[in-house]
Design a binder for this molecule. Sequence first.
Ligand code: TXA
Ligand code: MG
Length: 329
Amino acid sequence: MRQFVQKDSSMIKNGTDIIFSAQCLREGGLVAFPTETVYGLGADALNPLAVARIFEVKQRPTFDPLIVHISEISQLEMLFENPISPIVYRMADAFWPGPLTIVHRKSGIVPDLVTSGLNTVAVRMPSHPVALELIRLAKTPIAAPSANRFGQLSPTKPEHVLKQLTGIDYLLSGNEKMGGIESTVISIDGDQCFLLRPGAISLSDIRKIVHCISRGQNQKEKDMPSPGLLKSHYSPNKPLFILEKHTETLPDNSGLILHSKSDLSGHATKTIYTSETADHIEIAANLFTALHLMEDDEAVFQIFIEPVEETGLGVAIMDRIKKAAFRYL
Ligand code: TXA
Ligand code: MG
């Protein structure tokens, strides 16, 4: 088991050494790594002591289960209980590698700490080349939540990880741009599919492959808790308000996050555009970075953010915005 001696994030080793990172993971260490959605904080999913470090470093309550990351579809046989629903393979064929997480009954090999004692486990195969190579070299499935402190903003850049975490062995950086919105989480039970968390893959894309019930219609939700559905999550450390259509003035020291050109920008202390044309992919990629920049600016006392249309990826974007603003709604 590796020892953690860093007192602050300036002591975290970081770079692009995948072989060193994989070795850290095999030895029970913690490695933050890039995925196509956000940075993850990884540990060997089959080593409960290593997984325990994730909860400690993130200050995450142990009732919130982790996603296990794999590099080959064949690893499902080790993680999921037999018989594996054929729908799992249909979804994996359609969306993996990529930002879809599948929850299914778990096998005995998965530590209870990973699943918070649930009889199901969440698994995904990321498409980011660095993440895939890391998992392949580690030769073990990697449990990884987003690499932020519990409840705070998800990281889309190495500096976002350094801002929030200490006590990790290595920060593995990647160059590719990230999608910025976490994976879509679905649960598969026999021939039924439930959407647990909206994310980078839209419900309509999923419904091209299988019928899937969104959580609002999900009568069995009580039986399949997804603690990540907490109403408040992904929050910046200062008040965040969703902009109303008819807002004409903003209080002093307001930060303003817009997704397209607007007259309002003149009224704010600081304005950040996630997109100039309300492009959902651009907005998703820049959303958490914009919130981090507002959080870091001492001249900004409160943040206002424009809502987006809730279609396609816009559903997941608004889910994150509402959760980030929940305390102030
Ligand atoms: O894009 C992503 O999914 C990123 C990258 C790093 O892969 N990971 C991520 O992990 O967002 P995290 O821990 O922030 O969110 C995991 C979500 C939570 O909402 C959790 O409650 C849910 O997955 N989850 C995990 N295991 C579950 C299970 N057995 N049943 C229901 N929900 C589960
Ligand atoms: Mg998270």
